[in-house]
Each structure stands twice: as C-alpha cells, then as structure tokens.
Design a protein around this ligand. Structure first.
Ligand SMILES: [Zn+2]
Ligand SMILES: [Zn+2]
Ligand SMILES: [Zn+2]
Length: 924
C-alpha cells in the first residue's frame, strides 16, 4: 500500500516478526542446535513407541571424501520418508551407516604412506591407518549430513568396521558355506594388475581403449582336406596378443561353412567362408583363391595344430556356440584361463587351463620367450615375434570399449585364479533370488526388470579379494595337505573372536588361540596348530550386503526385512543385489519389502557431473549460499524415477518457489497475531467462502498425503506450491484482505477468516515439514502457542487432518467450480478495462455478467454481495444469456472511493463507507 491512508490506525494491519528474508545459511544452524537440545529424534521415537514400525534401512555411503550432490540427494530423500512416516505416527528409526572397509581407503592410505614406508609396515599397522582414515571421514560426512537437516541416530551409526558388524559377515558366510553355496575354484575373473586384486562386475568401468588387432595362422599338424594345395593353417583373430601363450584350442562354429584360402605365396588359410571378403580387405589379399572343398566346422573338430608360441605343443580344434560370425575369422583363439566363454568350452571339452600370468601382470615361465615381461609390454613384442616367424597374417589397431578398474582406471585383464565364489546354482540361489524379487515391491515399477535381468544373467559371485583392509574369508587351510578346514565349530569360534576383538584379531592371533582344541583337518588329521588362516578378505559388496544381519538383526530398534531400501540405480548391480543374494542365501527371503531406486544426478543439460566438465555443484556451497532447505526443496521437486538435474538455474527457480511458500507462511502468521482459538468460528457460522476454503484445504491434505504414501514427492511439491499460488495467493487470501484489514477486529467475519487461516497454517506447516525441515520449524516457533498446541517442534506435531462435512463439501466443490471459472473471465475483462482506462482498480468496477441459465442459478445462490467480494469489485449484475458463453462487461461503478478501505461505495456524511463508518464509530 504505497498510497497514504489516514485511517491506518483504525485498521488491522498484518503483524509478525517472522522475517521476510529467509537467511537460511545463518538461521539453520540455530535450529540444528535446538533439535539437538530437545533431542528431537529420540523424542519422536518415544512418542511413537507403540506405532506401527517402519524401517528405512540406510545403504552405507563410502567413508571417503566429502558428500556430493548424489549423496546429499539420497540422504534427503530418505529423510523425507522417515520424517513423513514419523509424523504419521509410525515408529520410524533411522540408523545411518558407513561402508568403512575396502580398496579405495587402502589405496589412499598406501598413497599417503608412499612405497617406502608401505614396504616397512605390517598388515596390522596398515589396518590401523585405514581405520583412522575411515573414521575421520565418518566424522566429516556425519556433520555434513546433519547440516542437511537429516535426522537419525547420528551418535550411534552402524559402521562396517565395528566388531559386531564384522561378526555378522561370518554368520552369513557360515550359513551359506555349510549349505554348499560357497566354493573355491579357479576361474577367469577381471583382475587389476596394478591393484593386485580380483574385481567384481560392479567394480568395472567400461572405457575406450586402443588395442592391437591381429590375424595369426596356426599351422595344422594333422591332415586337412586342403593339404594338396600347400601348407595349411587355421586363421584366428585376436585383440589380446598377450593371451596367445595360454592358447589351447581354436573354436569353430559347428554349422558354419569353412574353406581354405590360397594366398599368392602358396599358403592355405582355413576360415569361415562368409568372412573371407572382410578379412581379405584388411589383410590386402590380391590374387587369393577360395579352394574347395567347403566343409562344416564340425568336420574339422579334433584336428591338431602347433601352439603359436610354445614349440612342440599342440592345440586342438573344437566347436562352440559362442563363435560370432560378424567379426574375426570364424575361428576363435581359445585360452580358458583368460575368458569366460573360453572357460566354459574348456570345461565342456576338458581342456587344460594354463595360467602363465602372475598377479602383477608378468609372465612366468609359461610365457615362453616372454617370461618376465608385463602383459602390456609383451603385446607389441609378441606381434613382432609372430611377424618374424611369418605367422602374422595381418595387423591393425582397433578402438573399442574395454573394461577398466574402478579405482586406478587402468585396463584390467581376464585371469584365472583361485578364488572363493558364491554359486548361483549349487543351492538354487538364482532361482530362489528370482522368486524373492517377485515378492518385493519395486519403485518405480520398471526397476524390477533391471534387478531381474541382472540376477538372471549374473555369473557366480567372486567374493574373495587379495587385499588387507576388510573382513577375512573366515576359513582355514591345512598347512600339511592344503585341505580347507571350515566347520560349524570353527565358524562359531571366529564369530565369537570377531564379536569380542574385531576382525583385526585374525591377523594378530594364532588359530590355536581361539579355535576349539580338537579342531583337526578332516583329510590328514593335522591338529589345530597346523591350520593357517585364509589370507584373502571378502568383497566389500558382500560386507555391506550383510547389513540385514549385522544391523537389522543386531539392533533392537530395527528389524529384518526392512520396509524399505532406497538407493541410486547403480545399486541394482551393487548393494541391492549383494543384500538380496546374502539374505536369500542365509534366510531364503529378501531383506526388504520395498526397494526405491532413484536416478543419477546430472547437470542442467543431462550430463554427468565431472571436474573436467566444470559442472560440479557442491551441496556444501549451496548450503553456505542459500541454505539446506533449498536443497531439500530441490530434492522433493525432482522426479527421482529419472536422472535428476541440478544447475544454478534450477536452484534459482527452486529459490523462487521457496520464497512463494515462505511468503504464504508469513501472510498467515501476520494475520493471526491477535487470534485466539477460543474465538474460533464454527463451520455452520462461517461465510460460505470460508467453508469452501476449508474444503480446498482438506482436498490439499488428501492430495499431499496420497502423494507421500506413493513416494511421489514431486507431486507433493507441485500440490503445495500450486495451492500457495492458485488457491491462496490469487484467490482466497487476495479476497480476504479487505475483511482482515478493514472489518472490525473481533467481528464474526474477521474471526471466521482467521479461523480458516489458522487451520491453513497448521496444515501447511506440517504437510511441508518433511521437506522444509528448517523453515517449518521457524514458522512453528513463531506461531502463537495457543494455535500450535503442545508440540515443542513441528517434527513432533503429527499429521494434519481437516474435517469437512462430506455432503456439503461436494456441493461446494461443484458450485465453486462455476464461480472460479467465471472469475477467470472476470479477471480478464477487468485487466482489459484497466488497460483502456475504464477503471483504475478492480474495486471501481461494476460488472455486468451474462452466463448460461444453469450457471446463473449457481451464481445467484452465492449472493451478489458475496460475488462482488470474491471478484474484488464494487458491484455485480447478473443475467442469463442465450448461449453457453460467459461475457463480462465492465463499467465504472457509482459512488466514490472510501478513504479507509478503498472500496468504491456510496459514502456517508463522515466520508466513509457504511462498513468503515460503523467500525470506526465502534473504536470511539
Ligand atoms: Zn586397479
Ligand atoms: Zn590336512
Ligand atoms: Zn470503507
């Protein structure tokens, strides 16, 4: 109100100390302190002690580095759910956790130490340093998550390095091992020669790599159909020359046609007929001729050839279903120790599995002329060596997608080693897991396809790692005969050892100190003193996976299965899957009733965030600049079923939405400063507009509650934001201003409006509390105690419910749909009238509205004065029209502007409108 008003002192002007400017960055820490003082988390649990339990089980982030937008998003999403459930009366504990073991930490500690110091310290000291490192980042991240407003048991989180947690690993291992699901076997697996460890599929990243692409002739040592034409070889193609020393076979497609190709120099190369042309183009064959006969791959099976690297060794031709006739030669170089499919056909044909590559990537004596060389260095030497021998038919390079180590980013190799595996078949784990998947609710719905496909296709799970920082594979080896010793009694002793001393004891104590004295090797009878503890540790995915036992079973306030697991879509390969497999393996049941999957965080253009692109947004920067509530509102407003975008522009838009919601709270507070609920007006005594406002509020509560229950937070946001803008700001509150400011302070009309405003405030502040945790607390504390009641914090205030009479609500919805539709036409008409100068303000307008017959009855029933109030005009005339059209004519009303309320009225002798005159007279 820029215009001067002499009657200001006679009006009920809005009044509140609730600040317009949020200043969240400075204010939020005060609320964090407040929550700590009142211990809001414990109070919430206490208040809901008898409520239906709801356990959202936290997936542990890795205790390394600061939080980023992805971890912030994930934790806030969880917090929304936990707070909502708690406000609905559920007993909803939230125990945050951290993944503390594993290679990234070990790698970092190694790097910090440097190779010299590293060589001097033992495993026990290395583990101590890793522990310190992990705990330091637990502390860092804990403070950062708390700063986001996430509530939970921060004083007693679960850590995978705690003794009881470590013992849980052994409990699950014991169950699955004694069941027969865990076995030791040699199998080719992804292997990082830099990190000296096996890698699980989840630890592999695919990236572009340039490789040699070579065609090599293996000379037949048996008679072939083409012998009359010259020396005959089978032609293979490979992009990994370093695997040739381990070659034992060449696999052909059983039903494909193979021919001999006679080169200009007289050599004959055998290959699939349909690939002759493409290979010829690469190799530059001029004057080559395709020879008869044409034979099936199966006809050549069993023939022998000279191993390409080792003298006096022969390989054999076999057939296999995996031979691909779209690239290569149709004759596949087969080294069972270096490839999955090779391994499978190797088993099928009983082939040997030589493994000349050591764990650091160098060849042992089995590498022949390349012994002692690193595989990557050996590659070009092997190519040269073949060229010198005349067996290299062609050589180029190709760029292709190749697996890399997730940690060191180096290309990995496929290498067979002795490892521990969880079998997907031996105990029916795959089938049982597929059944369990069907019993879980997957949100969004399509995510069930993702997990199903991954479990259906996955190979056996390699769970051993050749590292120091983790939980040991809890078995023993007989020093005398090499037999594995692992029984119920040894497992129980290890569980007890870990529970009391932690897994560190594995590395510092001798087995005879903690195993039963009568433990003995079942094969050779060697006693407990002759047993060696296993060197390998378990995969970190196994470790975090067993949290259903180490946390959900272990802690009193939790239970298994949890109601909900909630993580990013990468966890279908990681934690969701390792949790599912270990739970099904141990209990034949999923560890969760529901799994919510959210997308990745990307920038405004949908690109992954990366330092090199310069598009990284740190949640800590956003908090420092705008406050955690802006992040929380962004989380709620985003649709997690897809990748989630964040950018400065998106956060600015979020800030604007935040201000609209904040201003709504401020308006409500400022008009309730003189309201006592004892003066509340009953439903039946309210003006109809107020009753309709309560119907709208009740509809909002229903809509928002339904959206929360379906975990559709972006719909919660849109419902609340839309309500503030459309229902409140552009309609109800706008209309109400005259009544609130100009009616008698304690008039029934104004008290009725305040009764509704108090209800709106009470509902809105609680509906948004899970999202705007800080701002709603601020609002709550600014509310008069008489309105907000006993709850010391909004987070303990329970869920709103707005009572309206169902029958009347339905009638009001129907009637006001008509009123609001006409109101849109009115607004448009007044806008035009103001443009051409017919009226200055809407208050000056006299409306002549023509509506269809049916609408006329609805409008008349509201009363013309009430319509004038709702349209914010001086007066309304109504008539029925012949068509379905609504038309609005705007004229300048008779009368003058009341200097107090600025409505356009006939003024009395005191110069005021009738209403204002009586209000002022009452004030004396
Ligand atoms: Zn690596
Ligand atoms: Zn033995
Ligand atoms: Zn007036």
């Amino acid at each position: 109100m820029a215009e001067k008003n002499d009657y200001k002192g006679t009006m009920n002007l809005p009044e509140t100390d609730f600040p317009m400017r949020a200043n969240l960055a400075a204010r939020e820490p005060e609320w964090l302190k407040f929550w700590e003082e009142i211990d809001v988390y414990a109070r919430g649990l206490e208040a809901n002690a008898d409520g239906e339990p709801f356990v959202l089980h936290d997936g542990p982030p890795y205790a390394n580095g600061h939080i980023h937008m992805g971890t912030a998003y994930n934790k806030v999403l969880k917090d929304l759910i936990v707070k909502y459930k708690s406000m609905r009366g559920h007993y909803a504990p939230y125990v945050p956790g951290w993944d503390c073991h594993g290679q990234p930490i070990e790698h970092q500690v190694e790097k910090n130490l440097g190779p010299e110091k590293m060589a001097k310290i033992g495993q026990a000291k290395l583990r101590e340093l890793c522990r310190e490192y992990a705990l330091e980042f637990v502390d860092v991240q804990r403070e950062e998550f708390k700063r986001l407003g996430v509530q939970g048991d921060w004083d007693d989180p679960y850590l995978t390095l705690k003794p009881a947690y470590e013992a849980g690993n052994v409990e699950i291992f014991k169950k699955m091992y004694l069941d027969g699901a865990i076995y030791k076997g040699a199998k080719p697996i992804h292997w990082c020669i830099r990190c000296h460890t096996a890698l699980a599929e989840a630890e592999i990243e695919y990236g572009d790599e340039r490789s040699d692409s070579i065609y090599v002739a293996f000379a037949f040592t048996d008679t072939t159909p083409w012998d009359a034409e010259g020396p005959v070889s089978v032609l293979i193609w490979t992009t990994t020359p370093w695997t040739l020393p381990a070659n034992v076979a060449v696999t052909l497609a059983e039903d494909a046609d193979y021919v001999g190709v006679k080169l200009a120099d007289g050599r004959v190369l055998v290959m699939a007929e349909e690939l002759v042309e493409s290979v010829g183009a690469v190799a530059g064959w001029d004057g080559a001729t395709v020879l008869a006969p044409r034979v099936k791959g199966s006809a050549l099976a069993g023939l022998h050839y000279a191993q390409p690297v080792h003298e006096d060794v022969q390989g054999v031709i076999i057939t296999g279903a995996h031979v691909d006739l779209s690239t290569g030669t149709g004759a596949v170089h087969t080294a069972p120790g270096h490839g999955d499919e090779d391994y499978v056909v190797g088993l099928q044909f009983g082939l040997p599995m030589p493994m000349p590559v050591l764990d650091d990537g160098t060849f042992d004596a089995g590498g022949g002329p390349f012994a002692g060389m690193n595989v990557w260095d050996a590659n070009p030497r092997i190519v040269e060596w073949l060229r010198e021998r005349g067996t290299l038919v062609a050589s180029t390079v190709i760029d292709h997608s190749y697996p890399h180590c997730w940690r060191c980013k180096q290309p990995v190799i496929f290498r067979a080693t002795e490892q521990w595996f969880v079998s997907m078949e031996k105990t029916g784990l795959r089938d049982h897991a597929m059944r369990a998947i069907g019993e879980v609710e997957w949100i969004p719905g399509w995510s069930v396809n993702r997990i199903s496909a991954m479990v259906a296709d996955r190979p056996d799970w390699c769970i051993s790692r050749q590292r120091a920082w983790g939980v040991p594979v809890p078995v023993f080896t007989c020093a005398k005969c090499g037999e594995t010793v692992a029984t119920e009694a040894t497992f129980d002793a290890v569980i007890e050892l870990f529970r009391t001393e932690g897994a560190d004891a594995w590395f510092t104590r001798r087995p005879d100190e903690y195993l039963p004295a009568d433990t003995a090797c079942s094969r050779c009878g060697a006693g407990v003193a002759g047993l060696m503890p296993e060197d390998d540790i378990v995969d970190v995915w196994w470790e975090s996976g067993v949290s259903h036992t180490s946390v959900l079973e272990e802690r009193e306030e939790l239970h298994r299965p949890a109601e909900l697991y909630l993580e990013g879509s990468d966890q279908h390969r990681g934690w969701f899957q390792s949790s599912l497999l270990t739970s099904v393996g141990a209990y034949d049941a999923a560890p969760f009733k529901g799994v919510l999957t959210h997308g990745f965080i990307v920038d405004g253009d949908g690109r992954k965030m990366s330092k090199s692109l310069g598009n990284v947004i740190s949640p800590l920067d956003v908090i420092a600049k705008s406050g955690a509530d802006i992040i929380r509102l962004w989380v709620a407003a985003s649709d997690y079923s897809q990748d989630v975008s964040v950018s400065d522009e998106i956060l600015d838009r979020t800030g604007e939405a935040y201000r609209r919601i904040r201003n709504t709270f401020r308006f409500l507070l400022s008009n309730l400063s003189d309201f006592d609920p004892a003066d509340a007006v009953a439903w039946d005594d309210m003006p109809e507009l107020d009753r309709f406002a309560l119907v709208q509020l009740s509809d909002l509560v229903d809509r928002v509650t339904t959206s929360y229950d379906a975990w559709r937070f972006h719909q919660v946001f849109h419902a609340v934001h839309g309500y503030c803008v459309t229902e409140l700001s552009s309609f109800y509150l706008d209309v109400l201003k005259d009544r609130l400011y100009a009616d008698g302070a304690s008039s029934a009309e104004r008290r009725s409006a305040q009764t509704v405003l108090a209800q709106i405030l009470l509902a809105l502040v609680r509906l948004t509390a899970p999202v705007l945790s800080f701002t709603t607390e601020e609002v709550w504390q600014f509310m008069p105690a008489s309105i907000r009641g006993d709850a010391v914090s909004v987070h303990l205030a329970g869920w709103p419910h707005v009572e309206v009479a169902a029958g009347e609500a339905a009638r009001l919805r129907e009637a006001y749909a008509v009123v609001l539709a006409v109101r849109e036409d009115v607004t448009k008409a007044i806008e035009e009238a103001r443009t051409v100068g017919t009226v200055g303000k809407s208050q000056e307008a006299l409306l002549s509205i023509t509506v269809p017959e049916t609408s006329l009855a609805v409008l008349e029933a509201r009363g013309r004065a009430s319509l004038a109030e709702m349209f914010i005009v001086s007066a309304v005339e109504l008539q029925a029209g012949a068509t379905d059209e609504v038309s609005v004519e705007v004229a300048r009303a008779d009368g003058e502007k009341c200097p107090r309320c600025w409505n356009w009225r006939a003024l009395g002798s005191d110069g005021l409108c009738g209403r204002c005159s009586s209000v002022v007279a009452h004030l004396g």
